[in-house]
Design a protein around this ligand. Structure first.
Ligand code: GUN
Length: 282
């Protein structure tokens, strides 16, 4: 049986440490503040945003919620972003994605002050990541690194294969892994002979959203397998991109779905919001 990389347990520990940091900051007159903009009524986004708010409240981070209607214009959204950029009490700004189709995601993300870009999605943050400068990085990759760290799984010199090249997970995770001295390959839907590649991985990360895409035959014995996928099966149950039952017998370590990467993502968002807020002390 593979070691279970328990994101629930690790994120709880991180959140309780953060709560202490937030208390200390409060004594110095700083309340870390996260501004979340949600446009429209995408059901999944509403759940994500509610969870983010709940966690924030739990640890004493102030969360400001801006719900804008589905038909919001680009101009209105950009005006809201500009207002938050100017607000000295706001440390981090997060525009929940996906946006309704009349809105240009790139333009909106580019409008966020890079120093408040708590998602790490802006080109400036991405550039800092790839030049290995201090920066905020996307929450999910940050959370994956923190989870590996909690289980003392060192990535130095390891062969890491990431399946999925999204701006939210695959690409930024590759940057972080390189910065931590791993040897990284990003695979995707056009990759030839994917299975031969994934079987070479010491650390295999799958972030494509295809249930049970990775079976035991795609995994090297003893490998660490990180399952970022989350989809709902016909039975309503959440499932990952990994056939966990089969892979459990061959992997050295495996993240469960749910309870693996998911809780780490929110904890990471909070950690980076607090980091941004610390800058107000200087
Ligand atoms: N939609 C799905 N994941 C994310 C995320 O990490 N940040 C934002 N802003 N939107 C998302």
């Amino acid at each position: 049986m593979a070691t279970r990389l328990d994101g629930k347990v690790v994120s709880k520990r991180i959140l309780s440490e953060l709560q202490q940091t937030v208390t200390d900051l409060a004594q110095q007159g700083v309340t870390p503040t996260l501004a979340v903009i949600l446009v429209g009524s995408d059901p999944a986004s509403q759940v994500y945003v509610r969870n983010k708010q709940r966690r924030a409240e739990e640890i004493g981070v102030r969360s400001l919620m801006f719900k804008l209607p589905e038909e919001t214009s680009q101009e209105t959204l950009l005006a809201k972003v500009a207002e938050l950029n100017q607000d000295p009490d706001v440390d981090g700004i997060l525009v929940q994605l996906p946006l309704p189709k009349q809105l240009d995601e790139r333009v909106v993300i580019n409008a966020i002050d890079p120093d408040k870009d708590v998602d790490g999605f802006s080109p400036v943050s991405v550039g800092r990541l790839w030049t290995n400068e201090p920066t905020v990085v996307a929450s999910t990759p940050y959370g994956i690194m923190a989870l590996l760290d909690a289980y003392q799984i060192d990535v130095t010199g390891k062969r890491v294969v990431i399946v999925g090249r999204s701006n939210i997970v695959g690409r930024p995770l590759a940057g972080l892994m390189v910065n931590h001295d791993a040897t990284v390959t990003i695979a995707h839907s056009k990759t030839h002979d994917l299975k031969a590649l994934t079987r070479e991985a010491d650390i295999l990360v799958i972030a494509i959203g295809v249930p049970h895409f990775i079976g035991a035959d795609a995994v090297k014995p003893g490998a660490t397998v990180i399952d970022v996928g989350i989809s709902r099966g016909a039975d309503g149950k959440l499932q990952g991109d990994v056939d966990a039952e089969a892979v459990d017998a061959i992997a050295g370590a495996l993240t469960p779905v749910p309870g693996g990467v998911g809780p780490m993502t929110i904890a990471s968002l909070m950690a980076q919001t607090v980091e941004l807020a610390k800058r107000r002390l200087h």
